[in-house]
Design a protein. Structure first.
Length: 296
């Protein structure tokens, strides 16, 4: 039998176009985002038109400010802790390396809610006690008379002077500092060692080379993970409600107690948290695209 015509075979293998050419495009649409958008529109409509939702929103909305301030403040402190500890993690100094590693390994192995409670009710009193001792030392030392005013303030400091908000910020910063340290460590180690050697050969000190050469390059690598960690902190900030800080979660609990409206209360809290995290996610993706385009 004669061989079949290859032209006919290729033609038969071609895909027959469907009745709706746009069907393939529909498969690539972000349907999850459409569902989230519709749910958001529904909740906005409920908040603006249903009295029970209006009451819940008006009571809970002030928690947005507390949640945002706590998250931004704690994240700023965590970045400083992370940078210092991250440098310790790559240091050739045995003491610095082991202290930094001890902090990272211990803190990352403890639940965040336990860290917040521990910092608030254990570390803060210890620090205040140390301040009292330092103030007493200043007041009892004649040649430190010029620091008498500061000594009086330190000696009279009380644990009750540290409010719950400050303790919550300290707890979040202390906990997330360990995670940011690993981000900084990984980012710095992603830069070729030759960069540091070249900077040192030009007469720069270690810290000058780190500041002017290594960190500016590492920031491109670490910015997206830092953005993701900030979003994680926004969500984990709900844990500060254990200290009775009036954030979104705490106000949600209070609204539930005063109205017994569970559905409206937690729908509103969920919507507010989701709005913040989605906006943060879009900002992180924008940063990633920006830096990727800048590398080309």
């Amino acid at each position: 039998m004669p061989d079949s015509n290859p032209t006919i075979e290729k033609a038969s293998e071609r895909k027959i176009p469907g009745l709706f050419p746009t069907a393939a495009r529909l498969k690539t649409l972000p349907w999850w985002a459409l569902v989230v958008l519709l749910l958001g529109i529904s909740l906005v409509y409920a908040i603006t038109s249903i009295p029970s939702y209006q009451d819940a929103f008006e009571f809970i909305a002030p928690g947005l400010r507390v949640t945002f301030i706590a998250s931004v403040s704690a994240f700023g402190i965590a970045l400083v802790i992370g940078l210092v500890v991250g440098l310790g993690r790559i240091s050739s100094n045995v003491v610095a390396y082991n202290l930094a590693t001890f902090y990272v390994e211990v803190v990352r192995g403890i639940p965040m809610i336990v860290i917040i409670i521990y910092v608030a009710f254990v570390l803060v009193p210890i620090v205040v006690g140390g301040m009292n001792g330092l103030g007493h030392l200043i007041l009892s030392t004649p040649w430190l008379a010029f620091l008498h005013g500061m000594g009086e303030n330190l000696y009279s400091m009380s644990v009750q002077d540290i409010d719950s908000m400050a303790r919550a910020i300290a707890g979040l910063a202390f906990g997330f500092g360990a995670y940011e340290a690993e981000v900084f460590r990984a980012g710095i180690q992603s830069i070729e060692k030759g960069q540091m050697e070249a900077a040192r050969s030009l007469g720069m000190s270690y810290f000058q080379a780190m500041r002017h050469v290594i960190l500016p390059q590492a920031i491109r690598v670490i910015l997206p993970p830092l953005g993701n960690d900030f979003i994680a902190m926004l969500k984990d900030s709900s844990l500060i409600s254990v200290l009775a800080v009036r954030d979104l979660t705490q106000l949600g609990k209070l609204n539930r107690s005063r109205t017994f409206r569970t559905f409206e209360t937690w729908n509103t809290v969920t919507y507010l948290y989701l709005s913040m995290t989605l906006l943060g996610s879009m900002a992180v993706k924008w940063l990633e695209r920006k830096f990727k385009s800048g590398d080309r």
